[in-house]
Design a protein around this ligand. Structure first.
Ligand code: PAF
Length: 280
């Protein structure tokens, strides 16, 4: 395998500095492992925009508000490294929890835009943990670009805000959601769906497409979202958290259809939380 593995902050800093000295641009693809085609599309994008690609793998304990979710988060370093190498990235940065958060660690990064809504309303503390680890990764790696999937649109919004607010010299590159053939948005957690639930899972995307066509045919956003919520829960195993249409630029709730409208949905299926969003 022709992939370099670096586990320390000093090591990654040195490697990136060397590349930059040679006039190379660097892109970072932050991940928590459990890699699927969605991650691989981020690596492909990173290779398009930069000369040297670093993929980080770090299961960030600070962003798990549910200890069981952390315990069962898929983790297979060897398989991930093979995928990263096959996709042609240059370096895997895999810091330990102690390297990231030494005992005396006492700093939280808190973004106050795009919060208290959608996932943040249901996973208190989650985005604080994301903001903290992503800020650290940006400062540790010193990449010119970082690639994030639109599947986690609220995360993308919050990270873009923090980069601007803290003047971090990195360009955020959003990448389209990658879907299974049946429309289910790819996610590391999909691996935890039972066979029956996996068959049901695409119903979330189907309900979202219904909202899109109903609102385009004149139904109000509220009525369309309520109908989708009910029809999904009528399938049996789903427990919906939200169906909301918001402006993709400001995250403000939208009552009327316009160019910037995005539909956001989250639902539990068995013990797995699915999230998705589409432009409508
Ligand atoms: O999207 C993820 O996988 C994580 O939230 C991220 C950005 C790698 C931070 O831990």
């Amino acid at each position: 395998m022709n992939l370099e593995i670096i586990r320390t902050v000093d090591g990654i800093r040195k490697r990136v500095a060397e590349q930059k000295k040679r006039g190379k641009t660097v892109a970072l693809v932050p991940t928590m492992g459990g890699l699927h085609e969605g991650h691989l599309s981020l690596i492909t994008k990173a290779k398009e925009v930069a000369d040297f690609v670093v993929v980080s793998i770090f299961i960030n304990p600070k962003q798990f508000n549910n200890p069981d979710d952390l315990k069962t988060y898929p983790s297979d370093e060897d398989a991930d490294l093979e995928s990263i190498a096959a996709e042609g990235a240059d370096t895997a940065f895999i810091p330990s929890v102690d390297e990231m958060y030494p005992q005396e660690f006492a700093t939280d990064v808190k973004v106050t835009a795009g919060v208290n809504i959608l996932c943040d309303a249901h996973r208190p503390g989650h985005f604080g943990g994301v903001a903290t680890v992503v800020t650290k990764l940006f400062l540790q790696v010193g990449a010119d670009f970082a690639c994030f999937g639109e599947k986690d649109f609220q995360q993308l919004f919050i990270i873009s805000r923090l980069v601007e607010d803290l003047n971090i010299p990195i360009k955020i590159i959003p990448t389209a959601t990658v879907r299974e053939k049946d429309g289910l948005a790819m996610s590391s957690r999909n691996a935890r769906l039972s066979e029956d639930d996996r068959r049901l899972a695409p119903k979330l995307q189907e309900a979202m497409q219904e909202v899109k066509s109903n609102t385009r045919n004149g139904m109000t956003i509220n009525t369309a979202c309520e109908a989708a919520w009910k029809s999904l829960e009528a399938e049996g195993n789903f427990k919906v958290e939200y169906f909301e249409v918001r402006c993709g630029k400001t995250m403000v709730l939208m009552e009327k259809l316009s160019d910037d409208c995005r539909l956001f949905a989250a639902a539990w299926l068995g013990g797995v939380r699915l999230i998705d969003n589409i432009k409508i």
